[in-house]
Design a protein around this ligand. Structure first.
Ligand code: NAP
Length: 435
C-alpha cells in the first residue's frame, strides 16, 4: 500500500526507549496497518553510542545529536527523563511542528503549563499516557472516557517501590529495613531512594492526575506530601490486626460545595480497609481508583513500571499521534477550563487512627474523649488494651479511630492529646481512607 511516511524520533535509549524502538521496529507492519501510514524510526538519541542496550538498537539509528533529530521528525518521543535537556528538546520539537509523546512525570509536574501552552499555540498534541502509571491506561480514560462526567476523587497507588515495601511488611511481617533491602536488590529502589520513599514521585503523579481530573492546573508545590519513612513494622502489624492495610496513597479530590468548592491533592500513607479494591494491590503494582459522579467507582490496575510495560503505553500514544497527523487539524488542548481554587491541605476531611499510651487507671478514657470532643471531633471506635503484669504504674494502649473531620481539627486534636496529662505518649497517628 502507498502509505504516507511518518518520521519518529526517539530521545533516550534506556529502559523504556530501547523497548519502544525494539517494538516499533519489530511490529512495524502491524502498527502501520492500524494507523494507515508508514512509521519510520529515524533515530534514537542517547549520550553514549557504545553503551550496551537491552533490547539492542540498530547502531545506524543511534545519535548523540538530539537537537537535530527533533527538528526532522513528525513525532518525537521523549524518554530521557529529568528536566533538562528534556524540556528544551520537547519545546523545540513542538515548535518544529511535531507531536510529542513523553513519559516524564517530573517534567510534566513542573513545566506542564509551559509545554501544554506551547502545544496549543502551535496546534500540536502532547501525549503522556505512560507518565503516571506506566502501562495502566489512566490518562486517556480521564481525558476522554470521563470527559462528560465529574470526577470527585482519585485514590492512587502510583509508586510501585513503596507499594512493594509496604506489601512485604504486611504479607511477610518484614521490618522496614528488610523490605527496603530486598526492594533495592530487586531493582525496585534506586541507590538514593528519597524520590520514592519520601513521596516525591507520587506527588508529581498526584499533580498530573489532579490537573487532568479537575480541568484545573494543580501545581506540584500545592501537593501535600508525606513519605513512608515513619511506617514501622509495628504500625503495619497493628493495622493488619485491626482489618486495615497501610498504603502510600496519592489522593486528589474536590472538597466543599458551591462557591466554597476547591481541589486538594495530597500524598501520605493511609490505612485502607482490607475489603477496599486498593488493598488487593500487591507487590510493585499500581492502581488508580476513581470516584466519578455518574460512573461511580472505577479501578484501573496493572504494572506501574518496567521497560516493556511502559513501552506499551508509549506505543499507544504513537498510534494516536500518527492518526492525528493523518487526520490533520490542531491537537486537542489540555483542558484547564474549570480553574477550581486549590485549597490548603487543612481543608481536607479525613479520619485519623491515633494510638496512645496512657496510664492504666480509671477515668483516662473519659479524659482522652474529652480532649477529642473539645476539638469538635467524634470517636468512631476506641479499643483499650492493658499492659498486664505487676507493673506498679501500668500503661495501657488506647487505639482510637475518629469519624470524618477536617484535617486542621484532627491535627489540633493530636497536638492537644500530646500535651494532655492523661497521655504518656502518642505512639502513632495515621489517616484512614477508602471508607
Ligand atoms: P533510563 O533507563 O535512565 O534512560 C534514559 C536514556 O536517556 C538513556 O538512554 C540515556 O542515554 C538517555 N539520555 C540521557 N541524557 C541524554 C541527553 N542529554 N541526550 C540524549 N540522551 C540522553 O530511563 P528510563 O527508565 O528509560 O525512563 C525514561 C523516562 O520514562 C523517564 O522520564 C521515566 O520517568 C519514565 N518512566 C519510566 C518507567 C520505567 O519503568 N522505567 C516507567 C514510567 C515512566 P545513555 O543510555 O547513553 O546513557
Amino acid at each position: 500500500m502507498d502509505y504516507r511516511n511518518l518520521r519518529i524520533a526517539i530521545l533516550g535509549g534506556g529502559n523504556v526507549g530501547a523497548n519502544v524502538a525494539d517494538l516499533l521496529i519489530a511490529h512495524r507492519g502491524e502498527l502501520e496497518a492500524r494507523v494507515g501510514a508508514g512509521l519510520e524510526v529515524v533515530g534514537v538519541a542517547v549520550r553514549d553510542l557504545a553503551a550496551p542496550r537491552t533490547p539492542a538498537i540498530p547502531a545506524e539509528l543511534l545519535t548523540t545529536d538530539a537537537a537535530s533529530l527533533v527538528t526532522a521528525a513528525d513525532i518525537v518521543v521523549e524518554l530521557i527523563g529529568g528536566i533538562e535537556p528534556a524540556r528544551t528538546l520537547v519545546l523545540s520539537a513542538l515548535r518544529s511542528g511535531a507531536d510529542v509523546i513523553t513519559a516524564n512525570k517530573a517534567l510534566l509536574a513542573t513545566h506542564g503549563d509551559e509545554l501544554f501552552q506551547e502545544a496549543a499555540q502551535v496546534g500540536a498534541q502532547l501525549h503522556y499516557e505512560a507518565a503516571v502509571a506506566a502501562a495502566i491506561p489512566i490518562i486517556r480514560p480521564l481525558r476522554e472516557s470521563l470527559a462528560g462526567d465529574r470526577v470527585r476523587r482519585i485514590l492512587g497507588i502510583v509508586n510501585g517501590s513503596t507499594n512493594f515495601i509496604l506489601d512485604k511488611m504486611d504479607a511477610e511481617g518484614w521490618s522496614t529495613e528488610e523490605a527496603m533491602r530486598v526492594a533495592r536488590e530487586l531493582g525496585y529502589l534506586e541507590a538514593d531512594p528519597t524520590l520514592d520513599v519520601e513521596g516525591y514521585d507520587a506527588a508529581q503523579k498526584a499533580a498530573i492526575l489532579a490537573s487532568l481530573a479537575f480541568h484545573t492546573r494543580v501545581p506540584l508545590e500545592s501537593v501535600h506530601r508525606e513519605g513512608i519513612t515513619g511506617i514501622t513494622g509495628e504500625v503495619v502489624a497493628a493495622a493488619k490486626a485491626a482489618g486495615y492495610v497501610v498504603k502510600l496513597l496519592a489522593i486528589a479530590e474536590r472538597v466543599g460545595e458551591g462557591d466554597l468548592e476547591g481541589v486538594v491533592a495530597r500524598v501520605h500513607p493511609a490505612l485502607v480497609p482490607r475489603d477496599h479494591p486498593l488493598a488487593a494491590v500487591h507487590g510493585g503494582n499500581n492502581a488508580v481508583f476513581v470516584e466519578a459522579e455518574f460512573a461511580g467507582p472505577l479501578m484501573f490496575y496493572g504494572a506501574g513500571a518496567g521497560g516493556v510495560q511502559t513501552a506499551s503505553a508509549v506505543l499507544g500514544d504513537i498510534v494516536s499521534a500518527a492518526r492525528r497527523h493523518l487526520a490533520g487539524g490542531p491537537g486537542v488542548a489540555e483542558s484547564t477550563s474549570a480553574t477550581i481554587p486549590i485549597l490548603p491541605f487543612e481543608a481536607v476531611e479525613t479520619r485519623y487512627q491515633i494510638a496512645l499510651e496512657v496510664a492504666d487507671v480509671p477515668g483516662v478514657l473519659a479524659q482522652v474523649a474529652g480532649v477529642i470532643a473539645g476539638h469538635g471531633v467524634s470517636i468512631e471506635r476506641a479499643l483499650q488494651s492493658a499492659s498486664g503484669g505487676a507493673d506498679p504504674d501500668p500503661t495501657a494502649t488506647l487505639v482510637i479511630v475518629t469519624h470524618r473531620a477536617r484535617e486542621a481539627a484532627l491535627a489540633a486534636t493530636v497536638a492537644a492529646l500530646a500535651g494532655s496529662p492523661a497521655v504518656r505518649r502518642v505512639a502513632s497517628v495515621i489517616r484512614v481512607e477508602g471508607l
